[in-house]
Each structure stands twice: as C-alpha cells, then as structure tokens.
Design a protein around this ligand. Structure first.
Ligand code: API
Length: 293
C-alpha cells in the first residue's frame, strides 16, 4: 500500500480547494476520501485537485478533479490557479501545461502573483453542454423558476466550459435570489443529463458582472472560475458586455478574456492556508506540524 499523500488546503478567491500531491504513485483519490474530507469542517472543500504524473509528452502533470460529493468534474478554473501557485512555489517555474479529462490547458503565474489559466474554447451546441432537448440557440433556453406568469428566474444562457453551465440574467441584486433553494432543483433538472452548474448574473457596469454560483456536486460556493468564464462568454454572446469582462464573485474579483482565437482566459488570485498529509483511500488526514493554523 502506498503511504499518505501530501496535500495543501488552499482557496481561489474563496473557492475551497484541496491540492493533493499524487505524483509518483499509481493510486487515485477515492470518492470515499473526498466525502470524508468534505464532511470535516477543517478540510471542507469544494474541489480536490489531484496532481498526478504526466500521461502525455509535453504536459507537466495530469490533474484529476473531484467535487465535494465525490463526483468528478472536467474543469475547475479556481482550483487550477491553486495548483499553479503550489507548483510554482515548489519548482520556481511560472508556466505550466496540464492535462485533464477535458483536454490540455496552459497556465501561468504573473509577476504580481496573479495567475491566468487558459480554459480552452467554450461550446454552445445543445448536445455539447449537454441538454436533453434540442435548442438551436443556447443564448437563451426555455427554463424557468417560479410562477408561470411571473417567473423569478427564466431564459438562461447555456455554455460548456468542458463542464455544463447555465446562467440566469437578473436585474436585481444577486443576493436577493434564493439560490440555495433553487440551486439543487436546477442542478438536477431533467434538462441536464449530466447535471449543471447554476449561476445568476447581473450586469453591474460596462463590462462588469456580479455573479453567484450553485456548483454541481458542491453547492453554494464563494466563487467558481469556470462559471465566471461561462458567464462572461454568455454575456458577450448576448451583447451584454464586450469580450474582456471583470467579475465580482462572493469571494472576490476575477477577470475573463474571451480571446479572438476563441480561447477563454481566467485570471485571479490563489491563497495557501495549511498543509498536511492524507490517506487517498479513506480521507484520514493530519496537519503538518510546521503548517500555519
Ligand atoms: N470551482 C470550479 C468548478 C467546479 C465545477 C464542478 N462543480 C462541476 O462542474 O462539477 C471552478 O473554479 O471552475
């Protein structure tokens, strides 16, 4: 049996992330370990980013992403920034190429410490998101919450950033909507065969959005990077903003640029909290002695 694996508890503007160092070993973080770590308030997380040895030439590492409910995710922008910060501190490198189940992505740490992740190209086809019904135009799909004649939320945009997202556009303050109540129902709506990440977004300035997200497999989070990308792309697609968008999530600021080559680049901060080691099979863990409180 391989021994315990090192981990760092980090966050990407409040998106709670565990970066697990699974390099040099063949086992994987089990869904049971994820559930155990998520249930402990000291290690509660939204995503685990498990760093594995590279599988493909030209990449630095393979990254596996687990949600708090033990399910896997194809993309995690905020978590990827945490991985970059951890590996940059260890290696002194600032440019990385990672492989995930959704493909290859590039990331870099800037001089000021902020980190940019190229999240790849968005997809808009209903089968790509995926939706269970044909919608020819996913800038606005038919879905509503509340009374038929006076819906509270309606007509969201749908986008795949490798993972499924819907964005409801709202006129009032994003905190005035009961996302904790609508989120679970929308995440599991039959329109989304692979479930979905649910974001409410308000245009709060020229090229500025304020967002809140209910994450698939994790619930309400203080930030979701791929949702920020999906919201910015959907805003540009519906002419609500241009292609370079500043966003405010509950946990802080993010910037998204939808480049002319169709790639979406997410920029923001990452923060280390403490380090420890854990058993990838069970989730039993302990804090490193010298680690900060
Ligand atoms: N927090 C992540 C996204 C997690 C996505 C996950 N909830 C899913 O698609 O299952 C981010 O920063 O992009």
């Amino acid at each position: 049996m391989p021994g315990p694996a090192p981990f760092a508890k980090m966050n990407g503007i409040g998106n709670e992330i565990i970066v697990a160092d699974m390099r040099g070993r063949a086992d994987r973080v089990s869904p049971q370990a994820a559930l155990a770590l998520a249930a402990d308030p000291a290690t509660h997380f939204d995503q685990i980013m498990a760093i594995h040895d590279a599988r493909t030439a030209g990449t630095d590492n393979f990254i596996e992403i687990l949600n708090a409910d033990g399910s896997s995710a194809q993309a995690c922008g905020n978590g990827t920034r945490c991985v970059v910060q951890a590996l940059a501190a260890e290696t002194g490198k600032s440019v990385f190429t990672f492989e995930t189940v959704a493909g290859i992505l590039n990331a870099r740490q800037h001089e000021d410490g902020l980190i940019s992740v190229d999240m790849g190209k968005p997809r808009f086809g209903w089968q790509d998101i995926p939706l269970s019904e044909e919608f020819r135009d996913t800038r606005m799909i038919e879905l509503q919450v509340g009374p038929i004649d006076a819906p509270v939320l309606h007509s969201p945009s749908a986008v795949s950033m490798g993972n499924p997202h819907v964005i409801f556009w709202v006129d009032k303050d994003v905190w005035s909507y009961e996302l904790d109540r609508f989120g679970p129902m929308l995440e599991h709506h039959p329109l989304f065969p692979e479930r979905a990440n649910i974001t409410i977004a308000q245009v709060t300035g020229p090229d500025h959005l304020t967002i809140r997200t209910w994450e698939r497999g994790a619930g309400l989070t203080r930030a979701c990077g791929s949702a920020a990308c999906a919201a910015a792309v959907a805003a540009a697609r519906t002419r609500r903003t241009g292609r370079s968008v500043a966003l405010t999530a509950p946990g802080g600021p993010l910037h998204v640029e939808w480049r002319d080559d169709d790639h979406v680049v997410l920029t923001g901060a990452a923060e280390w909290e403490f380090s420890g080691s854990f058993d990838p099979a069970t989730g039993a863990w302990q804090r490193d002695e010298e680690s900060a409180a």
